[in-house]
Design a protein around this ligand. Structure first.
Ligand SMILES: [Cu+2]
Length: 65
């Protein structure tokens, strides 16, 4: 899945979001492009789990088609 996180602006944000994703699924593959505001996740878990985890971490994720 590919998420857009518009308020992810630096490496610190990327680290917080990576941790939030890994707390949902420790096996998840996470690929973050801060400049593009993009978080790509490979996981057996559903998108909703990651949307809520990233929201709880203080960010505003949206699904990118
Ligand atoms: Cu930041």
């Amino acid at each position: 899945m590919e998420l857009e996180v518009k308020d992810m602006t630096c490496g610190h944000c990327a680290g917080v979001i990576t941790k939030a994703v890994r707390d949902v699924d420790a096996q998840a593959q996470v690929d973050i492009d801060v400049a593009a505001r993009t978080v790509r996740i490979e996981s057996a878990h559903g998108t909703a789990d990651f949307l809520s985890a990233i929201q709880e971490a203080g960010y505003t994720p949206a699904v990118r088609a």
